[in-house]
Design a binder for this molecule. Structure first.
Ligand SMILES: [Zn+2]
Length: 273
């Protein structure tokens, strides 16, 4: 982590004369100051913090009778997306999904491979292919390193102190890592990052046996539902996403067929209580 502090300083000096906010942002996303290893370390630290925050996050516990089956099911979906052999950092990152029992219609990803899925979202979906669409999207955030891109952008625009970096202090590395990781669960990605995750997620899905158009099915459900305010507050307009996902898949020549695993998913949903 010491190395990246040096990189932050170098980058700050490098962009000190850039005054346009837009230019700074563009520079930032092309020049992630964190290393791939930093993504892994920050994701791991954030995971520990999220687990410690028992007030907000209720993880499905290993003592829960459905623990093994539920986790294995979601993990299987993630592995199938990985099997497309197109997801960046497949070996460098620790791709893993964890299940939260909160009745929230959302999912999120931090960095270095850590994905989180809420019961509320999984209960709302109709089939496994729709779940795969959301899994692929969240994997897109990880694979394109949106968290550390965003953190790079925020540091450059003056958020260095609020991110917990105490430059020059001795023996504060663990504290610095903790301070930085704390931001991961609260980052809001820009529209470009969301679109990048959608487009690539759809393309990965098209390389599996799932019907990739079911990724649109998920957004249609969000549009029809009145119980997805959390999702809408952290994600762009679903109608727009339905449109460009369709364009990506058409351009790829992806067929609007393939498996949905509806019966399997309905059986899986019965375990989510
Ligand atoms: Zn997203």
């Amino acid at each position: 982590m010491k190395k990246f502090i040096t990189r932050v300083l170098i980058l700050l000096v490098a962009v000190a004369s850039v005054s346009s906010c837009k230019t700074v942002r563009k520079l930032a996303s092309n020049n992630n100051v964190y290393s791939v290893q930093d993504d892994v370390q920050l994701g791991k630290e954030a995971d520990a913090q999220i687990k410690a925050d028992t007030k907000n996050y209720t993880f499905l516990k290993s003592s829960d009778p459905n623990y093994r089956q539920v986790n294995a099911y979601v993990d299987k979906v993630m592995r199938k997306i990985l099997s497309a052999n197109a997801v960046p950092y497949e070996t460098e990152f620790n791709y893993n999904v964890q299940v939260l029992k909160n009745d929230v219609v959302n999912a999120f990803a931090t960095a270095g491979g850590y994905l989180y899925f809420y019961y509320g979202l999984m209960k709302m979906l109709d089939n496994e292919a729709q779940l795969a669409g959301v899994v692929a999207h969240e994997m897109g955030h990880i694979a394109f390193r949106h968290a550390t891109n965003e953190m790079t952008a925020q540091q450059i625009t003056g958020g260095l102190v609020s991110l917990g970096l105490k430059i020059g202090g001795a023996g504060e590395t663990a504290e610095q890592v903790a301070g930085l990781a704390y931001n991961l669960a609260f980052l809001k990605y820009g529209r470009d990052a969301e679109e990048e995750a959608d487009r690539n997620g759809a393309a990965w899905m098209a390389k599996t046996d799932y019907n990739p158009y079911e990724m649109q099915g998920f957004f249609k459900k969000i549009l029809d539902s009145d119980r997805s305010p959390e999702f809408l507050s952290t994600h762009p307009d679903p109608a727009n996403r339905i449109k460009y996902i369709g364009e990506v898949l058409k351009k790829m020549g992806a067929k609007n067929s393939g498996k949905t695993y509806t019966a399997e998913y309905q059986a899986f949903k019965k375990q989510l209580y």
